[in-house]
Design a protein around this ligand. Structure first.
Ligand code: 13P
Ligand code: SF4
Length: 346
């Protein structure tokens, strides 16, 4: 397997978290948001990594809490005129690419993703140009421009099946940007892949030795791992998968205890669906730890009730727009994924 050393250094400052709200304030915000969602013909679509209050609100108001693939699908099919996307920038952009006629709003447009930041279009496009014989497969955690450059978009829910399919067609793959997910998919499928060397700052922090120590303390616990984690963490897993696949594994595995190597926001849904089971965060401390994220995505954490209310009152500065000249290309590669995963479900 050819390997590329491509990586782009990027600078970022950690965003401020929303101010803590009292229980009374939370209840007031929730009541006002519920009313505004009706008045504005809007629906709240939240990712599993957002604050549990937001996930609960999305459920209570007929919206959805989901992984990135399902968020795209739900927004695409829902009749509401306004989509409020509680997540990170690429999720809002995907919604706008799929439904340009809708108003797509985010609590904050500053919520981004280290994979998106580390894969700028200019450098990624040059990499693609150097390998014109390869099919470009890009993770959804990227900009509209990178998606427009891709042949296929994947999320961790469908990446394995899509790469398997391409492998069977004899296609050689240029993969970007997450190196850990790419390596995992390469190992599983045996596909010929060259990779962009991006990483998620949250999943990159899980530590092998500390995880082994934790497992020794809880030998009956199953280890659940998101494939954006390093290979040594994936090797220790009882189940590897996207957020929704990990939630399913928590429901289906017989274990009563789970050590979970992904963002801790997912515990809301796991605990809701498995009230008699116990969930532990996989450790991020240990050798080489920077604790830059500590199992919670700093950008997902920017989504708060106050910002949702503000976005519903006035979308100015919170509305997602995509460059229409890029939309067509991004739509083509995103639709391929949606159509392929729909055919799998049939
Ligand atoms: P999922 O597609 O599994 O929800 O993952 C999105 C993500 O950003 C994980 O870090
Ligand atoms: Fe990006 Fe990682 Fe945050 Fe997911 S958890 S949005 S991959 S930085």
């Amino acid at each position: 397997m050819a390997q590329s050393n491509l990586a782009v250094e990027f600078e970022f400052t950690f965003p401020a978290k929303p101010a803590r709200l009292t229980e009374d304030e939370q209840a007031q915000y929730k009541a006002r948001i519920k009313q505004l969602l009706i008045e504005k013909n809007a629906v709240l679509i939240a990712h599993y990594y957002t604050d549990p209050i937001i996930q609960a609100l999305a459920e209570e108001t007929g919206g959805c809490v989901a992984d990135s693939l399902e968020m795209a699908r739900f927004g695409n099919q829902h009749p509401a005129q306004t989509l409020i996307i509680a997540g990170v920038k690429f999720m809002g952009e995907t919604a706008k690419v799929l439904t340009p006629e809708k108003t797509v709003v985010m609590p904050t447009l500053e919520a981004t993703c280290s994979l998106d930041l580390g894969c700028p279009i200019k450098e990624f496009s040059e990499f693609c140009d150097q390998h014109p014989d390869r099919t470009v497969v890009v993770y959804a955690n990227t900009s509209t421009a990178v998606k427009a450059r891709a042949d296929w978009i994947v999320t961790s829910s469908c990446a394995l099946e899509i790469v398997e399919h391409l492998e069977e067609q004899g296609e050689k793959i240029l993969w970007g940007p997450d190196r850990h997910l790419g390596n995992y998919i390469q190992k599983q499928t045996g596909a010929d892949m060259i990779m962009w060397q991006g990483a998620c700052i949250v999943h990159d922090e899980f530590k092998t030795k500390a995880l082994e120590d934790m497992k020794a303390l809880h030998p009956d616990a199953a280890i659940l791992v998101h494939p954006e984690s390093p290979a040594e963490i994936i090797e220790l897993a009882d189940s590897v998968g996207s957020t929704s696949q990990l939630i399913k594994a928590a429901q289906e595995l017989p274990n009563k205890k789970f050590i979970v190597a992904t963002d801790r926001g997912i515990f809301y849904k796991m605990q809701q669906l498995c009230p008699d089971k116990e969930f532990f965060e996989a450790p991020t401390a240990g050798e080489g730890a920077t604790c830059r994220s500590c199992a919670h995505c700093p950008w997902m954490a920017m989504n708060g009730l106050k910002a949702i209310e503000e976005a519903l009152i006035d979308a100015k500065g919170k509305e997602v727009f995509v460059d229409m000249s890029l939309r067509e290309g991004a739509l083509r590669s995103t639709n391929r994924m949606l159509e392929f995963s729909a055919s799998l479900r049939k």
